[in-house]
Design a binder for this molecule. Structure first.
Ligand SMILES: Cc1cc2nc3c(=O)[nH]c(=O)nc-3n(C[C@H](O)[C@H](O)[C@H](O)COP(=O)(O)O)c2cc1C
Length: 190
């Protein structure tokens, strides 16, 4: 028997990314975002409210980074989603995290997090149904410890957090169970 549960944003799993951007004065703001998705080979879409301090920074500087949150940094990652730079000007400093300017875009890379997707603002989409910030990916940087053969990132080493939209839990990524474009290949013969 299935149960009907009504309307809810029931997609699972969701990523946990920390979006970071400089303000016009050079200060850093960063926020937690779970509503984020790749939308092209060199594009990422963030569904973030226009009134967040980080969003305002992005609109001012035209650049941002998307930092993959990992299990060891769960506390600052969550803090970035609780506090707002609109009311806490030293939010980034209070997080205990550190940043260095991307070599490719005018945005801060948070050094504690293992992977950063460095973007220029490509488009803001504001309709009745969504507010999206679309970034053009200019570079991806990663800690050497999470980079394997052929410069491919090794998911097990990233130790990324997953967000559970149902009960607001954070989860760790589990083990690899298969290979995409291969696990279903046998059924092609049916
Ligand atoms: C787990 C988690 C996920 C979140 N995902 C989003 C999101 O996808 N979009 C959004 O607009 N806000 C999201 N938030 C809320 C913002 O991170 C939060 O409002 C934050 O205070 C904004 O910070 P700022 O005003 O300093 O930029 C999320 C918060 C948490 C804890």
């Amino acid at each position: 028997m299935r149960k009907n549960l009504g309307v809810q944003p029931a997609l699972f799993p969701m990523p946990v990314v920390i979006v970071a951007a400089y303000g016009a004065d050079g200060s850093i703001c960063a926020m937690n975002a779970a509503w984020a998705q790749i939308c092209g080979m060199d594009k990422i879409a963030l569904f973030i409210d226009a009134d967040h301090k980080t969003t305002k920074n992005i609109m001012e500087t035209g650049a941002f980074t998307v930092n993959i949150a990992d299990v060891p940094n769960m506390a600052p990652a969550d803090f970035f989603g609780i506090a707002t730079g609109n009311k806490m000007p030293d939010k980034f400093e209070r997080s205990g995290c550190h940043a260095e300017k991307s070599a490719f875009v005018n945005a801060p890379v948070i050094t504690e997090f293992p992977v950063a997707i460095e973007c220029e603002l490509a488009e803001e989409i504001n309709t009745e149904n969504m507010h999206a910030i679309v970034g053009r990916i200019i570079n991806v940087s990663a800690e050497e410890t999470v980079v394997g053969d052929k410069d491919k990132i090794v998911p097990e080493k990233v130790n990324a957090l997953i967000f559970d939209q149902y009960r607001s839990g954070y989860y760790a990524v589990g083990e690899k169970v298969g290979q995409a474009w291969n696990a279903g290949a046998g059924l092609m013969k049916n």
